[in-house]
Design a protein around this ligand. Structure first.
Ligand code: NI
Length: 396
């Protein structure tokens, strides 16, 4: 079967490169993936999949039945949105849309998803059960997975697989990770309410700017002294605003930040932990405060058995030197985790780095580029893993 899949993929390769370049040249922002979705739906229908459009706003799903009428479904999720970045590459298929770019490889993900759908449709008579391809919008704003789940895409799903481009691994290789892959990312707003006064007479005022600086310092110090260092927490204040003039003491400061963590139990405690620190500082100096902690996406926790499935599929397909078990998670976020609240799953990292280049630019960089040989590596890995998933299920 592996040889058959590889043959189909090598025949499809020129078409897949064409597809990827078309999507790359026509990027669309989160929630506005209308043309991408229509294009995806067209490719899926012409490959004989059952297609639904307008799922989760601008998402698409395509389904392949497989030979057994098991109600269970294996889902394969890819994302379709681009970023508000002006592309600075010399590619002939560089973005034709001003200020919008596929700088996170979602053009590659969509292509890999389509490629896997095309391959599996050609071996549908040997595919054990149903496979649902989820083409998700709005990953970059961490909304799309929620929209898709609300529209029922996880119905009957017993397992879900995902893929993300990874420039620090060379194209042709894949990265597997057991357990935590990405962090939970939550939003934090802290408002410090002081009392205005003359800059010359601080004792008659409550200086919200100075107290805000104490709050930031206290939070960073408390992380190093009161959080378990083996359970990382990163708190970054990315925006601070307050005050009116150089000689007026500010009565209000707003701090906006992001809070990243890997362990679900740690994450649960963070809102109260932050509030206590803010309260202690503000109470000491007579300020009032508000803390608004908004939970964003959870951490991606890869399921053991499904990660093993990805690893063994990749190792059978490729020389095992091309399969890396990644020692570390990332503190980036990925809304693939939202699906994992409904079924076990695993996401792997697809190497896209060029072998012969000094620099492979990171994700979200205006010169981010992928080595397109990654497409076939991704398609073979996913398609074969899906085939094996159903083989394993039928043997149970
Ligand atoms: Ni991404």
């Amino acid at each position: 079967m592996l040889t058959q899949i590889k043959d189909i993929v090598s025949n499809l390769a020129p078409r897949l490169i064409e597809i990827r370049r078309h999507i790359h040249a026509h990027p669309e922002l989160s929630g506005q993936e209308y043309q991408t979705a229509a294009f995806v739906a067209g490719v899926l229908s012409s490959s004989g999949l059952h297609v639904e459009e307008g799922v989760g706003k601008t998402g698409v799903i395509g389904e392949l039945q497989g030979t057994h009428l098991d109600p269970k479904v294996l889902a394969i999720r890819t994302d379709m949105d681009a970023l508000p970045i002006q592309e600075h590459s010399s590619l002939e298929f560089a973005s034709r849309i001003d200020g919008v770019m596929h700088a996170c490889g979602h053009d590659l993900h969509t292509t890999v998803g389509l490629g896997a759908a095309m391959v599996l449709s050609q071996i549908a008579d040997q595919l054990g059960g149903k496979v649902r391809f989820i083409f998700q919008p709005a990953e970059e704003i961490a909304q799309g997975a929620n929209w898709m789940v609300k529209d029922g895409v996880m119905k009957n799903v017993s397992a879900i697989l995902g893929v993300h481009a990874f420039p620090s691994i060379l194209a042709g290789s894949v990265g597997i990770r057991y357990g935590a892959l990405t962090a939970a990312a939550d939003d934090l707003e802290i408002i410090i309410l002081g009392e205005s006064g003359h800059g010359a007479r601080p004792h008659q005022a409550v200086d919200a700017i100075w107290i805000a600086s104490q709050v930031i310092t206290a939070l960073q110090q408390a992380i190093s002294r009161t959080q378990n260092p083996l359970r990382p927490v990163v708190l970054s204040i990315g925006k601070i605003s307050g005050g009116r003039a150089p000689n007026i003491i500010a009565d209000q400061v707003q701090l906006l930040g992001t809070v990243r963590s890997l362990h679900p139990e740690t994450r649960k405690e963070l809102p109260q932990w932050i509030e206590n620190i803010v309260a202690n500082v503000c109470n000491s100096y007579g300020a009032k405060y508000q803390v608004n902690y908004r939970q964003g996406v959870p951490s991606v926790q890869n399921d053991y058995a499904l990660t093993q499935l990805l690893q063994s599929s990749a190792e059978e397909a490729w020389n095992s030197e091309r399969v890396q078990v990644l020692p570390e998670p990332s503190l980036g976020a990925e809304d693939f985790s939202v699906y994992l609240e409904h079924a076990p799953g695993s996401m792997f990292r697809l190497g896209v780095g060029y072998k012969d280049r000094m620099i492979n630019h990171p994700l979200h960089h205006p010169q981010f580029e992928i080595d397109e040989s990654a497409i076939t590596t991704g398609v073979v890995t996913l398609a074969y893993a899906a085939y094996k998933y159903w083989q394993n299920q039928l043997q149970k």
